[in-house]
Design a protein around this ligand. Sequence first.
Ligand code: SF4
Length: 228
Amino acid sequence: MDLPALNAELEARSARERLAWAVATYGDKLLFTSSFGPGSGVLLHLWSEVAGGLPVHFIDTGFLFEQTIAYRDEVVKKLGLRLEVLKPQMEKGRFLEKYGLTLYRDDPDQCCAINKVEPLEAALPGKLAWVSGLRRDQSKTRAETPILLSTDGPLKVHPLADWSARDVYRYLEQNGVPEHPMFEEGYVSVGCAPCTRPVMPGEDERAGRWAGSAKTECGLHTFLKAKG
Ligand code: SF4
């Protein structure tokens, strides 16, 4: 695969065309994950139209807002999606017994590794590509996100890489896709409850995640090493 040429070609295509290309190329070897956060509705809506019933994977860390679970169920029903829930290997009670109530604060990288990255890793064997909703305008650390990224695991596919937040919210409105119920309260990015606060005017979209610490990513999008 000539990745630079393919990336150049896909840059000129719509998000729907990029996603359709990934589905046609990889079929059931394509993994799609969604956090069912603010803005997630765009890719979920496109997926419902082009993926031919392939599932949406959702990582339930056990620390999510109840509004996220309710939003997930609402969108799954409205769009007729097939949901597959990925859970940590260590059941929540056992996790709290072993690590206590504050691992998210004392060692958030380990907390994310156990509750987010490991469940994803368990879903990767046999998958050749992985679709997610990363966008360049979400934060400085995502500013160089390509449409396709070759890694030491599956090819990462980012159909919305060049979309702005404005594009996202316009799409949701025009297509009648509901938005996450916490969005109007300033939560423009929503992860686990202990590690998410609303975003202040002028801040990056992801500034409310692990605020006050140097951490900017949970690890889902950094544990695979980029190649080339
Ligand atoms: S986002 Fe916070 S609570 Fe969730 S897995 Fe990571 S550190 Fe733990």
